[in-house]
Design a protein around this ligand. Structure first.
Ligand code: CMP
Length: 190
């Protein structure tokens, strides 16, 4: 019978993804009712602090591979705590570029975007980490480098809104689709 509590590390995070059940402890000698309330409160509060480990698709675009910026861009990801758990340098075919950007097929820039994305090698990669999707978008900066924050990849490296050096998934659903567009599960090693 589990009559214990969820065990926490001293930094407040639960041990293990679902917690490890241990025997109840009441080190402060509180009344039982106070002790129980505190455990429940802490459990709820700490669950709120847990951040999801996510994966996101990143592409280092032809303008960046042409200028030999792959290492500098990867350094930004790793410095921010993201892990590159899959990576390959490929030459996109027109069909691959059109398929990847199909969501933009009605946009005026679609043709130019696909021509640009096939103009040289790209590095496709899977980044993993806490809130990786949002974190990567923060590291990249705004789509248009003219509007990107200081210190972001696009502010520092992008040439213009099309040759904007990097792509990153914009939601968990898109990330799952985009990762599977380029990688099999066997190629992703966390
Ligand atoms: P990306 O994040 O890869 O997603 C779609 C891409 O279309 C975008 O980055 C830009 O490189 C490119 N693009 C070109 N023109 C525009 C535009 N006017 N608005 C948005 N994206 C554009």
């Amino acid at each position: 019978m589990n009559n214990g509590i969820i065990k926490f590390f001293s930094n407040g995070l639960p041990v293990g993804a679902v917690g490890v059940i241990t025997r109840p402890r009441n080190p402060k000698g509180w009344k039982n009712s106070h002790f129980r309330e505190n455990v429940i409160l802490n459990h709820r509060t700490l669950r709120g602090y847990q951040m999801a480990i996510e994966q996101t698709l990143s592409i280092i675009k032809p303008d960046a591979t042409r200028r030999n910026l792959t290492g500098k861009i990867n350094q930004r990801f790793e410095d921010a705590g993201l892990r590159i758990v899959a990576q390959k340098r490929i030459q996109l075919t027109p069909a691959q570029a059109e398929g990847f950007y199909a969501v933009h097929s009605e946009r005026a820039f679609f043709g130019d975007l696909c021509t640009f994305m096939t103009s040289g090698p790209v590095v496709v990669q899977v980044l993993e980490g806490e809130s990786a999707i949002t974190k990567n978008r923060e590291i990249m900066g705004a789509t248009n480098p003219a509007q990107a924050d200081e210190g972001t990849i696009r502010k520092d490296f992008a040439e213009d809104i099309e040759a904007n050096s990097v792509h990153g998934s914009d939601s968990p659903e898109t990330a799952a689709e985009e990762i599977s567009y380029f990688f099999s599960k066997l190629e992703i090693v966390g």
